[in-house]
Design a protein around this ligand. Structure first.
Ligand code: HPA
Length: 249
């Protein structure tokens, strides 16, 4: 049976409502995952939950051990992964509070351990990444949102910046010109590693601020937190709806 894993981002420190039955600390060839992986029931289905920033949330985006996280989830039986990402809004309709299920991404990160295809298997592999998110899982997310009456945009381009600093106004203009509609820091290499590990992967992005130069004044963590506090419940409702529809008994 397919087992879903949820990777929580900023604002989803715990999966509220998860009835935990076990916590796992699997060893991986790449070291330790961000923290113990919880296994439990949520929305009437079995799920694995991992907070990518650790506990307390202190691992910055460029130091997350994405390889260990995804390897560990797969070793525990996950075949599908939903990632939750807090993002800044670039496109005009990407205002704070919006949820979006992106269908494309552009990777601006550098220096991260971004692949397991390092030739150690004795052959070359080049995964197809034309569509970075799993089509079926994306559709299921969008349908679950519609059924649960949650406003969630179907499609967007997730620009993944290196961080941990926020961007300059000019960087955001460049990303807008490239076609990015939202900007985050944790979408890569998570998405491509999932593909390498043959995990179906989709993301729900929460817009928590206008991207640099597009709002009033500087971007503050406090303003982001306020939006996250309001929005996180919508994400939980969406995840519960997805689990009930796709994995429920
Ligand atoms: N930029 C990059 N990552 C982010 C932002 C942003 O404006 N907001 C939340 N994560």
């Amino acid at each position: 049976m397919s087992r879903l894993a949820i990777i929580g981002g900023t604002g989803i420190e715990e999966l509220e409502g998860l009835e935990t039955v076990a916590a796992h600390n699997p060893q991986t060839p790449y070291g330790q995952p961000s923290r113990a992986i919880q296994e439990g029931r949520f929305g009437g289905a079995r799920v694995l939950f991992l907070q990518r920033h650790g506990s307390p949330a202190a691992i910055p985006p460029h130091r997350v051990n994405y390889r260990a996280n995804l390897w560990a989830l797969r070793s525990l039986g996950a075949s599908e992964v939903i990632a939750v990402n807090a993002v800044g809004g670039i496109a005009v309709d990407m205002t704070p509070g919006r949820l979006v299920v992106p269908d494309q991404l552009i990777d601006y990160t550098w220096g991260r351990e971004h692949t397991i295809d390092d030739g150690s298997e004795g052959f070359l592999r080049h995964i197809d990444f034309t569509e970075p998110y799993d089509r079926g899982l994306r559709s299921a997310l969008v349908a679950a949102a519609a059924n649960a009456g949650i406003d969630c945009l179907d499609g967007g381009v997730h620009g993944v910046a290196q961080g941990p600093r926020l961007e300059t106004a000019a960087e955001i203009q460049r990303m807008a010109g490239d076609g990015c509609t939202v900007v985050g820091m944790t979408g890569m290499p998570e998405a491509s590693l999932a593909r390498e590990l043959e995990l179906a992967y989709a993301s729900v992005c929460m817009v928590v601020n206008p991207a640099a130069g597009l709002g009033q004044g500087p971007i503050t963590l406090e303003a982001m937190r306020q939006v996250l506090l309001r929005e996180a419940e919508g994400v939980r409702v969406l995840l519960r709806a997805l689990l009930a529809a796709r994995y429920g008994a």
